[in-house]
Design a binder for this molecule. Structure first.
Ligand code: NDP
Length: 301
């Protein structure tokens, strides 16, 4: 299968590419910069989608960039880098004479309102309530296909929690403080911490790319989270145990609010109990269903 991946050069894209290539698939990245094995977003806009059987969008300005101050210009970049690239891909799929059979968009669990009690599945109703949930709404809407295209191309939305892996994402930023014994719970530590190992997220995307029977006009939604429901406290203690380091320095919520901006700090100080109900029902088997196995693979040697 030929697969076109927007933002494929990033953390999740590199893992997905490894997996798809190991299965014999051919990959083309869509990037901001031209290069070998890549086309640019401008190429897709002007020349259309290259012939492919699968399309994925992973593009987006990094939301946890510690070097970017939380302000209107950053927020604009977070939205436009996701919504515009998704729209370009959806329009190119709709205009293609040979459209792919699968179109997979990776968004996030920020659509679900943080709560200590409520459990969310893919079937849970949600309405936007803050900046990040409004972003998810606009992002997913940008991926819609017109009715005649939706009959030919199956649309899938995957909503991951924090993606854990050795060479990117949240772990990369956490490892040094934890190694130095300066790690600790964030805020109260009681908040849910939805997470997934990057190999499992790549696996869910690859699973979603497989051709299926008759596509429907509604997208198939899969929560990209491990089935273990953990809190930030449990994650912190398990990471400390795996690294054999103390985790005695809690980071107060107000510090994160000031340092990251309260609209973004919610990702760390609050959380959602997210259940991968449809992901499991689809037959997907997690390689790392619990924190012990995931963290052992990532930092256990
Ligand atoms: P990365 O931060 O690694 O970025 C992916 C790619 O996006 C980059 O390689 C880059 O490709 C492209 N990109 C970056 N900034 C911009 C921009 N301003 N405009 C257009 N393209 C840009 O992302 P991940 O691989 O970690 O995540 C993939 C997707 O999954 C993202 O949309 C992210 O929001 C979502 N997600 C990730 C989570 C995580 O924990 N990592 C959690 C939940 C959701 P290039 O340089 O080639 O243009």
């Amino acid at each position: 299968m030929r697969v076109v991946i927007g933002g494929g050069s990033g953390f999740v894209g590199r893992e997905l590419t490894r997996l798809l290539k190991s299965k014999g698939h051919e990959i083309t990245f869509i990037s901001r910069q031209p290069g070998p094995g890549k086309i640019t977003w401008a190429d897709v806009e002007s020349r259309g989608l290259p012939p492919c059987e699968g399309a994925v969008n992973l593009a987006g300005e990094n939301i946890m960039n510690p070097l970017r101050w939380w302000n209107e210009s950053y927020k604009k970049d977070l939205v436009s880098s996701r919504v515009n690239t998704t729209r370009i891909l959806a329009q190119a799929i709709a205009a293609s004479p040979t459209p792919p059979h699968s179109w997979v968009l990776v968004t996030g669990v920020a659509c679900y309102k943080p709560s200590l009690q409520t459990q969310y599945t893919e079937e849970s109703e949600w309405t936007p309530f803050d900046f990040l949930s409004r972003l998810v709404k606009e992002w997913e809407a940008a991926g819609q296909l017109p009715e005649n295209s939706a009959k030919k191309t199956r649309r899938v939305i995957i909503r991951p929690g924090a993606v854990l892996g050795r060479d990117g994402g949240a772990m990369k930023q956490m490892l040094i403080p934890f190694w130095l014994g300066l790690g600790g719970t964030l805020g109260s530590g009681r908040q849910p911490f939805p997470w997934i190992h990057v190999s499992d997220l790549a696996g869910i995307i690859a699973h979603a790319l497989e051709p299926k029977e008759e596509p429907s006009t509604e997208p198939d939604v899969f929560n990209g989270v491990a089935p273990a429901l953990n809190t930030n406290f449990e994650f912190t203690k398990e990471l400390g145990k795996t690294l054999k380091r103390p985790t005695i320095f809690p980071v107060p919520g107000f510090f994160l609010d000031v340092f990251l901006g309260s609209e973004r700090a919610v990702i760390l100080t609050q959380g959602q109990k997210v259940v991968p109900k449809k992901t499991l029902e689809s037959g997907f088997e997690f390689q790392y269903p619990d924190l012990t196995s995931a963290l052992k693979e990532i930092v256990g040697h």
